[in-house]
Ligand binder design. Structure first.
Ligand code: AMP
Length: 585
């Protein structure tokens, strides 16, 4: 797809995507054949008796549905240096650390060149559609990205977050330039050892190249909001750096200082311009287009657990379009946003039928229907997945991935809803993670349920002109009866009365029948709202970063398990006020 000039031809990309998705069923079969031919000699496939067969029926009857736990021993052997064909025909070159934030420890997943190929393919595809609706001019991108530390596994493989593996890949820079996404920060900033310093310099680079910035992006919306909140804190210092042409003393890393010295020169006119623009903003509304007058849009993953940050993002974005980026995971990519004009709340992802073989477990009511799930868990009945082109509009599914990076019938753990079809490939909406967040006894509440409940209570805060900065939850089983604990960080001082109302509203907004009935009979205790001090969620982010997470891949864990001691400790030691619901008294 890369043209001789090094530029991608967006029309050609669109043409190819349209052709491929018109025949998604056939492409799926061919993709499976290719995966199984390339990896047929891998121990994992041999063990399951595939015997070189590559048709979907044999594949599905021989190879079981698995979770990460089932593959962990194989991945561990690879990480420990086993170079035989364990999961793939060609050796795995690196290891990615998937977030796994709920349990507080990252999971290892394989990364290889094929995964890099599909990453760039997804980027190219969504770029082509975005560029058709919002053409970019020549310039640069303010990419608020960070690379986590890479370390070597026992077997000598480089391990880091998936984004780190992508950013560090030798092809990355050239291919991003080809899709007009050249980062305005030097590598030393992206790969800097301390993300606070990197962030400060990303902002400074953005200001230096202010007029040239064509769009602002990060992997997740959270990082964009976090970056501009940081700007609001340090804007005067940033202006001073530009005025003097001297980098703030808070940047201590020598490699960052040296790289920044090459692009930072005294520019009092620019400094004044930025300073005055900031002074003229009302409560920082429209900050991003004020700083980057030629930016065409803001891009990043804004769906799923990122939805709660949209309000703040829209505030900083003013009239500038915001659009949700693609759908994938450390394990592999799934779909591209080919309808960039849709607001993030309605964003869908068209599955790329040639980057993996996808199956879908119909969920119907099963997510709510605990009893049925318990029975199938108990009897170990395998749910019957359907193929990519067999899914139905309006239905929810759990997605199963088979790809070129050693995953075969892998349960990613995500719930998606089919919103329509792009030609014959489905357009998926991300719903939530399948695993339960909050459960005390017969109740079952997912990430989505928590989000809805928080949204309802948040409206009471908004009436008081207060903002919810971030939130998480915990099922407290140590008390008798167990109860839900919701942690809130609020920007401002809320009255006792409002917080009591919020607490009751949170409790009432969990409408799951199991929860409501258990609350009524007091088998679940009153919901507890704990308001934490400002900066608590920043401490949680810092904690994950200290464990090797990359900020650009960070997702606030929406439920903190009892085993995640350190995060629970951060939360509990920062509680300012506590409220108990009287909703079911
Ligand atoms: P990670 O394990 O850090 O690679 O995160 C992957 C997970 O992030 C996916 O399995 C999803 O749950 C979530 N995710 C990725 N892309 C999106 C998206 N576009 N919308 C919502 N959630 C997403």
């Amino acid at each position: 797809m890369l043209e001789k000039t090094g530029e991608v031809n967006p029309e050609k990309v669109i043409e190819e995507f349209e052709a491929m998705t018109k025949d998604a069923g056939r492409v799926q079969k061919e993709t499976l054949t290719k995966i199984l031919e390339e990896n047929g000699d891998a121990e994992y496939l041999l063990k399951h008796g595939l015997g070189g067969r590559t048709d979907p029926e044999s594949f599905k009857s021989c190879v079981p549905l698995v979770t990460h736990k089932d593959l962990e021993p194989y991945i561990q052997r690879i990480a420990d240096g086993d170079t035989s064909q364990v999961l793939t025909g060609k050796p795995i070159t690196s290891i990615s650390l998937s977030s796994g934030t709920a349990q507080g420890k990252p999971k290892f997943v394989p990364f290889n060149d094929e995964l890099m190929d599909s990453t760039m393919q997804i980027y190219r595809t969504s770029f082509a559609y975005r560029n058709r609706d919002f053409p970019l001019g020549n310039g640069k991108a303010l990419q608020i990205v960070y690379s986590s530390k890479q370390f070597l596994t026992k077997g000598g493989l480089a391990a880091g977050t998936a984004t780190t593996n992508v950013f560090r890949h030798p092809r990355f820079k050239k291919e991003m330039k080809a899709i007009m996404s050249q980062c305005c920060s030097p590598d030393e900033v992206i790969f800097g050892p301390d993300f606070h310093q990197s962030l400060y310099c990303h902002l400074l680079c953005g200001l230096i190249y202010g007029e040239e910035v064509q769009f602002v992006a990060s992997t997740f919306a959270h990082s964009i909001v976090h970056a501009f909140e940081t700007f609001v804190q340090y804007w005067e210092e940033l202006c001073a750096d530009i005025r003097e042409g001297a980098l703030s003393s808070r940047i201590t890393d020598p490699s960052i200082r040296s790289a920044m010295s090459k692009i930072l020169h005294p520019d009092p006119v620019k400094a004044d311009l930025i300073y005055n623009k900031c002074l003229n903003l009302s409560n920082w509304y429209g900050l991003i287009p004020a700083l980057f007058p030629n930016a065409k849009y803001i891009s990043g993953i804004m769906t799923g657990s990122m939805l709660p940050y949209l309000k703040k993002l829209r505030h900083y974005a003013g009239e500038l379009p915001i659009m949700s980026a693609d759908y994938g995971s450390s394990e592999g990519w799934i779909g591209a946003n080919v309808n960039p004009k849709l607001p993030p709340e309605l964003a869908t992802f068209a599955v790329l039928p040639d980057i993996g073989y996808f199956e879908f477990i119909p969920l119907n009511e099963s997510i709510e229907d605990k009893e049925q799930d318990d029975v199938s868990d108990f009897l170990r009945i395998e749910p019957k997945p359907v193929g990519l082109t067999e899914v139905k509009v309006g239905e929810e599914y759990e997605i199963i991935v088979t790809n070129f990076a050693g995953l075969y019938r892998y349960r990613l753990g995500d719930v998606v809803k089919v919103m329509g079809f792009h030609n014959s490939t489905p357009e998926l909406q991300f719903v939530c993670r399948r695993n339960l967040l909050l459960t005390v006894n017969i109740d079952k509440n997912t990430e989505k349920d928590l989000q809805l409940s928080v949204e309802a209570a948040q409206r009471l805060l908004a009436n008081e002109k207060l903002e919810l900065v971030d939130f998480t939850s915990h099922a407290d089983l140590a008390s008798e009866p167990g109860h839900y604990v919701i942690f809130w960080e609020i920007n401002g001082e809320a009255s006792e009365e409002v917080l009591n109302e919020c607490c009751n509203c949170l409790d009432r907004s969990f409408v799951d029948a199991g929860y409501v009935s258990a609350r009524k009979v007091k088998a679940i205790g009153p919901l507890e709202l704990r308001v934490v001090r400002r900066g608590t969620f920043q401490k949680i982010l810092d904690h994950y970063v200290s464990l090797g997470a990359a900020v650009s891949q960070f997702k606030t864990p929406r439920c903190v398990g009892a085993t995640n001691n350190q995060v629970l400790q951060i939360l509990c030691s920062n509680v300012d006020r506590k409220y108990f619901s009287t909703a079911f008294a």
